[in-house]
Design a protein around this ligand. Structure first.
Ligand code: CU
Length: 318
């Protein structure tokens, strides 16, 4: 969830209801997404990053129409949205919000505590957050070689200070992502992912990224996916879990039948992912937006018999 640009567009629009497009809408959205990309190329992509008011009413129109295409929803974003093509989590400040760590010392292998605030443009700690995927705050922690993935849910004190126990098991530089939707006084919602490095001093032995694969096994569960991520597009990836050759239906977890995070090799950009709310034939589908060619690491959290496991995949996007 990059959120930044979409938020500006959404600001004047009352109460978007999150919904997931049906197949025909999706097909349309993919086509529209391509058109929007073409328009973007025509106007120059700088407009997206800068967010300035000067360049191109036509572009605003295209984005606005697209952002509010039927069946796509508010801060959850929709299918093929150009604004969501940019990766998030690359900065401590975005869209007027700043991630401010209040603790920062970690010892590899020892339990520590991460405390932080999200501050608004007036430097006030934000205390109102929308519940998205069952939680007001999702914290992802991963070492910069994309190993050691953790998905945590900090708790907030009344003053807006978030805290969560964190163990960084191996030395190195780790990336922490705060994925949240802030509620401003005027009711605006800003879906933002901010990122900050955490350091566990010591000898860092980076591991190479595993080869690309569409099937992995974790604790006796085989998880495979179908779908072909494409640079600059939002495409469906459908994951199926099997055990002993039979499809295993995952339980609901974080408001869906799984939770998917995708990170980009090289800068650890955090990609936009949109889950389908329902299973189809026991499989769960996510819509993934990959901004450009490269290698990505996917982390699928799924729950079976009350236990959450993570299936990790390397994906190469040509
Ligand atoms: Cu979470």
């Amino acid at each position: 969830m990059t959120g930044q640009h979409v938020t500006e567009l959404d600001a004047g629009v009352p109460d978007q209801v999150s919904a997931v497009p049906d197949r025909s809408t999706v097909r349309l959205a993919l086509v529209v997404g391509g058109l929007v990309l073409a328009v973007l190329l025509g106007f120059g992509l700088g407009r997206i990053n800068g967010g300035g008011p000067s360049a191109g009413a036509g572009l605003d129109g295209a984005l606005t129409d697209h952002t509010h295409a039927p069946g796509t929803g508010g801060h959850e974003h929709g299918v093929g949205q150009a604004a969501a093509v940019e990766a998030g989590g690359l900065a401590v400040s975005s869209a007027g919000y700043t991630l401010t760590p209040l603790t920062g010392d970690f010892t590899a292998g020892r339990r520590g505590e991460l405390r932080f605030q999200i501050r608004d443009a007036q430097r006030r700690p934000v205390t109102r957050f929308a519940v998205v995927h069952d939680k007001p705050m999702h914290l992802i922690v991963v070492r910069r070689d994309l190993t050691g993935y953790q998905h945590l849910h900090p708790t907030m004190a009344a003053d807006g200070t978030w805290s969560v126990p964190v163990t960084l098991p191996q030395p190195g530089v780790w990336r922490a992502y705060a994925d949240f939707t802030a509620l401003a006084d005027d009711g605006r919602q800003a879906a933002v992912t901010l990122g900050v490095d955490l350091v566990a001093p010591g000898g860092y032995q980076p591991r190479p990224l595993p080869a690309a694969a569409t099937s992995v096994t974790v604790d006796g569960f085989t998880v495979d996916y179908r779908g072909s991520p494409q640079a600059g597009l939002t495409v469906p990836l459908t994951f199926r879990i099997t055990a002993d050759g039979a499809t295993t239906v995952p339980e609901r977890y974080l408001g869906a039948y799984g939770h998917l995070v995708a990170l980009r090799e090289g800068d650890l950009g955090y990609l936009h992912v949109h889950p389908e709310p329902a299973l189809v034939d026991g499989a769960v589908t996510f819509w993934l937006t990959t901004p450009g060619p490269g290698r990505y690491r996917l982390y699928l959290d799924f729950q079976v018999a009350g236990v959450v496991r993570t299936a990790e995949f390397t994906v190469t996007v040509a």
